[in-house]
Design a protein around this ligand. Sequence first.
Ligand code: ATP
Ligand code: MG
Length: 428
Amino acid sequence: MPNRLSVAPSARRLTNSLRDIGYSFESAVADLVDNSVAAGADQITIEIHFEGRGSYLTIADNGAGMHDDHINEAMRFGSRREYDDGDLGRYGLGLKTASLSQCRRLEVVSRGNRLSSPVARAIDLDFIQAVDDWVTLDISEEPEALAAASLIKGNSGSVVVWRKLDRLLPAKSPEGGWARRRIEGLGPKLEAHLSMVFHRFLSGEAGTKISISVNDVDLEPWDPFCRDEAAAETLDVDEFEIEHGEVSDTVTLRRYLLPPREDFSSREAFEQASGPEKWNRQQGLYIYRANRLVQWGGWAGIRTIDEHTKSARASLDFGTKLDEAFNINVAKMRVNLPGQLRKMMTRPINELCIAADAAYRRSSPRIVTEISEAPKKPFALGGDESGAAIGLALRTAAARTGNFEALEAISSLIRSEMPELARHLGFD
Ligand SMILES: Nc1ncnc2c1ncn2[C@@H]1O[C@H](COP(=O)(O)OP(=O)(O)OP(=O)(O)O)[C@@H](O)[C@H]1O
Ligand SMILES: [Mg+2]
């Protein structure tokens, strides 16, 4: 029997390395929203406060809350607990890793019921750096914890506070106007992200309807499939049985063909449907784990994104039983499709994309017509020459009216979102 040596990780080193496991600001907040949802909350309130160096963010919920032992365990890197089927948590890490990817001090204030006093804990990276130990501070009596506790609106609930926002504030002049704009700019980006990632919870499709607000803005669900647009088409649903080790479960593929611009109920609805990354990059698979969106945009290696298939979107649903098969990452923002599934999905996805391509070809001459209305003499549709002539006419008009820079911006957008059209117009 070899000698056993216990080699504990260095808290100083590891807490620092864990800051960079791939969270963006929005995905870090989403991981905390997962915790609130898992705790049974139906009201989640997020506030971002700019106060220069003292800026902070709070996420308050009316979930089950935590008592003493529970909150101590929650602060452990690798919390020990059992998970039910469908639980959004998995690794016992998110609260710590997501928070500390954005800030140096995480505080959690929680109340298990109306009569109990709130309990509060903090993990402070500066403190851990100094003592090189996995220390959680009991801050239950501190004034800032008592102030945060007032954000718990229900009988029970929790508030997570991020302070020392070193990854969100510029290191230079965190009190200045640039820092303010940066912090204030986080709100709209976060709204778009959460409206998409939690759309089934916001609409009530996933069970209890959940409300989420960001800086007092109540989020509306963003449905990638525009199911309330009459002209959106739903194709047949496919179900696949996936086996992984001892586990087997069904995953569901639903395919949607979004209408061309002119068939949307309004211009706003069309623009809204384009999504945070816009039409081209929002095409593809939307992969849901227990109803929470974990990956979107692109075809997960089945095919590449293409201007012609930008109206094709599909949802793929899997349950937490298949977490290992899908290789979900800690930040819950990436999966790998099991090889057998990728093979089975190739045909239905290609079918969807062929339909999208056909619809694109039917509707794209109309785009060319709209643009060609500007010149006095209409160009013949189709053919490379007409596109090049329109491109030239636009360039000339832009130069003559002093709008060349604006045209440059427009053509760069067309290049990135509609490369085919850019080629056609000679903008490439
Ligand atoms: N808002 C909350 N309300 C109640 N309990 C919470 C809340 N946030 C965290 N917890 C508790 O703290 C534990 C640790 O959370 P953490 O996010 O670190 O891990 P997890 O959710 O279990 O797994 P994952 O790493 O996959 O997110 C949770 O399992 C839960 O018991
Ligand atoms: Mg979690």
